[in-house]
Design a binder for this molecule. Structure first.
Ligand code: CTP
Length: 394
C-alpha cells in the first residue's frame, strides 16, 4: 500500500529519534521511497549514516552544504507526504510561529504536500498550555497531529507523550493513502462562516458562525484527495493555503460565487450560516441616533442551497446543513426534500457542545434514501470525518 509513495521524513532532536531508524526500515520494506531531513539537534540523537544507509538516500541537514544550496521548495513538492517524527517541543513551536532557521523548517514552510507530525516529549511538556496551543495552531494550518502514546518516558517517569510506535505510524500511513484515493479527482466546493448584511458604513446584521465546521470539512475533503474551493464569509480564522479560497461578505456575494463555481463541481457542501434577510436600504452615511424608535426594512435573500438543488445535475451531490432550536428532526427532513439535497447535516442548539463557536459539535445526518445517522459529541475535526465518510458512502 506504500509502494512508490514518496515520504519526506523530518527527524528532530528528541530521544525518540532512534526510532526513526526503525520507521525508515519499515517504510522502505513497505515499498516507500524515503528522503530524510535532520535538524542539527537530531544528529546528536541518531546517526545520519544509519539513516542514509537504511533509506538509500543521502540525509539532508543544512540549507547550504559546502558550496551547494538545498532546494527546499523542490523537496516539499517531491513528497506525497511530509512526516515529522519525532516532533520535538522546539520544532513544534517553530512550526506554530513560522520560524525558519534550518533546512527542515524551510522545507516545512514551503511544502505543498500534506504534513503529519508525531510528537514526542515528556508528559509535563506535553501537558503545558503552550504545547497545547501550538498543537492546535498547527492543526488549524491543516497539519495532521498523530496521537501520542502513554508509557515509560525518557525521564524515567510513566505518562503521556511517547511517540506513536513506528509500526503504528506505518499502518496509519497505509490508511491515509487508501482513504486519500477515494475523493481524488473530485472537485468540491464548501461554503463556510457567516454573512454580514450592511446597514450603513459601520454596522451590519450578522450571526455567531465562526466558520470552524466548514473549514474542518474543507481540510478533511482535501485530505481525502478532493480539490477544494472554499467560499468563505467574514471570519478571523486562519485559512491554510491548501485550497482556492473565495472571500465574500454578504449573502448576495456568496450566492454569486456559488452560482459561478457550482457547474464545475462534483460536490457542494453548504455549511455557511447565510443571512435569510438583508436590509432593503444600505445607508451611505452612518445612521445617527435619535430619541424615536427605528425599524429596519428587510428583504429576503436568495436561498443558495435551494437554488443549487433546483439546478443540480444528476452527477452532482449537494449537502446542506440545518441549524435548529426546536422540532429538529422534522425541520431537517423538510429541508432535505424542499432543497433537493442529498444529505442534510443537523445541528441542534439544544445539544451541549454543539453549534456556533465551539470546538466540538453533535450532528445527525439524514440522507435522501431515508436513513438517519446519529453521532456523539465530537471535535469538529472528527465530525468533519463523519460527514466526509457519509459523502463517500453516497
Ligand atoms: N442556506 C442557503 N442560503 C440561504 C439560507 C440558508 O444556502 N439564504 C443554506 C445553509 O447554508 C444551510 C441550509 O440552507 O445549508 C439551511 O440553513 P438554515 O439556516 O438551517 O435554514 P433556512 O433554510 O435558512 O431556514 P430557517 O432559517 O427558516 O430554519
Amino acid at each position: 500500500m506504500l509502494k512508490e509513495k514518496k515520504i519526506l521524513l523530518g527527524v528532530t532532536g528528541s530521544i525518540a529519534a532512534y526510532k526513526a531508524a526503525i520507521l525508515v526500515r519499515l517504510l522502505v520494506k513497505a515499498g516507500a521511497e524515503v528522503k530524510i531531513i535532520l535538524t542539527p539537534a537530531a544528529k546528536e540523537f541518531v546517526s545520519p549514516l544509519t539513516l542514509s544507509t537504511l533509506s538509500r538516500n543521502p540525509v539532508l541537514i543544512d540549507l547550504v552544504h559546502e558550496d551547494t544550496w538545498q532546494n527546499h521548495v523542490s523537496l516539499g513538492r517531491w513528497a506525497d507526504i511530509m512526516l515529522l517524527a519525532p516532533l520535538s517541543c522546539n520544532t513544534l513551536a517553530k512550526m506554530a510561529s513560522g520560524t525558519c532557521d534550518n533546512l527542515l523548517m524551510a522545507v516545512y514552510l514551503s511544502a505543498t504536500c500534506k504534513v503529519a507530525v508525531a510528537p514526542a516529549m515528556d508528559e509535563d511538556m506535553w501537558l503545558h498550555p503552550a504545547t497545547k496551543r501550538n498543537l492546535q495552531m498547527i492543526g488549524n494550518y491543516g497539519n495532521i497531529v498523530l496521537p501520542v502514546e502513554s508509557g515509560e518516558l525518557a525521564s524515567g517517569l510513566i505518562g503521556e507523550g511517547r511517540m506513536m510506535e513506528p509500526a503504528a505510524m506505518v499502518e496509519w500511513l497505509k490508511k491515509y493513502f487508501s482513504a486519500g484515493q477515494l475523493l481524488s479527482g473530485k472537485k468540491v466546493m464548501v461554503t463556510a462562516g457567516p454573512t454580514y448584511e450592511p446597514l450603513d458604513p459601520v454596522r451590519f446584521i450578522g450571526n455567531h458562525s465562526s466558520g470552524k465546521m466548514g473549514l474542518a470539512i474543507a481540510i478533511e475533503l482535501e485530505k481525502r484527495g478532493a480539490t477544494v474551493t472554499l467560499i468563505l464569509g467574514p471570519t478571523s480564522l486562519q485559512i491554510p493555503a491548501l485550497f482556492n479560497t473565495i472571500r465574500v461578505q454578504t449573502a448576495a456575494e456568496m450566492f454569486d460565487a456559488c452560482e459561478a463555481v457550482f457547474p464545475n463541481m462534483d460536490i457542494a457542501v453548504m455549511s455557511a450560516a447565510v443571512a435569510d434577510y438583508t436590509p432593503i436600504v444600505v445607508n451611505e452615511e452612518k445612521i445617527k441616533k435619535s430619541d424615536a424608535a427605528i425599524s429596519i426594512a428587510l428583504t429576503k435573500t436568495k436561498d443558495i442551497l435551494k437554488y443549487l438543488g433546483e439546478t443540480k445535475r444528476a452527477d452532482q451531490l449537494l449537502i446542506g446543513f440545518a441549524l435548529e432550536t426546536s422540532d429538529e428532526e422534522n425541520y431537517a427532513k423538510k429541508k432535505l426534500i424542499e432543497k433537493n439535497a442529498d444529505l442534510i447535516v443537523l445541528n441542534s442548539l439544544n445539544d451541549v457542545g454543539a453549534g456556533f463557536g465551539h470546538d466540538t459539535n453533535k450532528i445527525t445526518i439524514f440522507d435522501k434514501l431515508g436513513n438517519t445517522h446519529y453521532f456523539d459529541t465530537k471535535s469538529k475535526k472528527d465530525v468533519a470525518e463523519d460527514i466526509v465518510n457519509q459523502i463517500i458512502q453516497l
